[in-house]
Design a protein around this ligand. Structure first.
Ligand SMILES: N[C@@H](CCC[C@H](N)C(=O)O)C(=O)O
Length: 259
């Protein structure tokens, strides 16, 4: 079967997106998805996303990591699939869709997609790091000289180490640039490498930095390897609500490939 795919990127976190409203894709073909995401043997991407029909919302997002396994929520992928839904004519500038972690609202303004994330009620705070789930699990740790930091080796050690073990966690290294601005580099679980950006990751960083009083602002800028994102939120008694991840999402190219 010939499959039409669309390659999208959001601050350098890149995805293969396929319109699967006709259910033509075999969703359990882990090896095939891994090969398509491979940067030498395939199209190349950090993740693979299916857009499917949903009875109660505009569409459903099904997300796979580059290793071919279905995973938890992807924030940048969520912003990219919203841009794709608009490209398909499924939505205009506002939408509600369903993903693995629940309902998401989103808004589009030119190239910028704002994605509402789930409320966060728990941030575990340790001496040198925080751990929280923003749709995907994230370890957040402050470092100095982030541009020279060995993200891949140090990230892998934390991702596979205790207490995360085989299930793992994404790992974000952070350096403060201003009162409301941080630089973030992320080791992504399922890609098993540093990616140029991670949407659930910068969301976790913004909330963790607020929780630990590194910032008082509820509008936080995050510099990532592939550009800049913003996270806005409201602080409540037991956590954070009205969390929005904001940044660009772009169609890079369209193609056809044997599935
Ligand atoms: N790139 C993502 C996160 C994707 C999921 C992650 N790799 C995991 O398995 O937890 C994002 O933008 O949020």
């Amino acid at each position: 079967m010939i499959m039409t795919f669309y390659k999208y990127q959001g601050t350098g976190n890149d995805f293969i997106i396929v319109d699967n409203r006709l259910q033509s894709i075999n969703k359990n073909d882990t090896k095939r998805i891994e090969r398509l995401c491979h940067r030498r043997f395939g199209i190349g991407a950090d993740g693979f996303i299916l857009l499917e029909n949903d009875e109660n919302t505009d569409f459903k997002m099904v997300y796979y990591n580059a290793d071919g396994n279905e995973s938890s929520m992807c924030g940048n992928g969520g912003r990219c699939i919203v841009a794709f839904a608009k490209f398909l004519g499924l939505i205009e500038n506002e939408t509600e869709f369903i993903a693995i972690d629940g309902l998401h609202k989103a808004k589009i303004e030119k190239e910028t997609v704002q994605l509402q994330m789930q409320d966060v009620t728990e941030i575990e705070t340790f001496e040198n790091h925080q751990f929280l789930d923003t749709g995907s699990p994230h370890h957040v740790e402050m470092v100095s000289n982030i541009s020279d930091f060995e993200v891949r080796t140090k990230g892998a050690k934390i991702r596979y180490g205790k207490p995360y073990n085989a299930t793992g966690s994404n790992v974000n290294f952070v350096e403060q640039l201003a009162t409301d601005k941080f630089e973030v580099r992320t080791y992504e679980r399922g890609v098993e490498d540093e990616t140029l950006s991670c949407g659930t990751g910068v969301t976790a960083v913004a909330l963790a930095m607020h929780k630990t009083a590194k910032t008082k602002s509820n509008i936080v800028s995050l510099k990532v390897q592939g550009g800049e994102l913003k996270v806005t939120f409201n602080s409540i008694n037991n956590g954070y609500k009205d969390i929005w991840l904001i940044g660009p999402a772009e169609l890079v190219f369209k193609g056809e490939i044997e599935w």
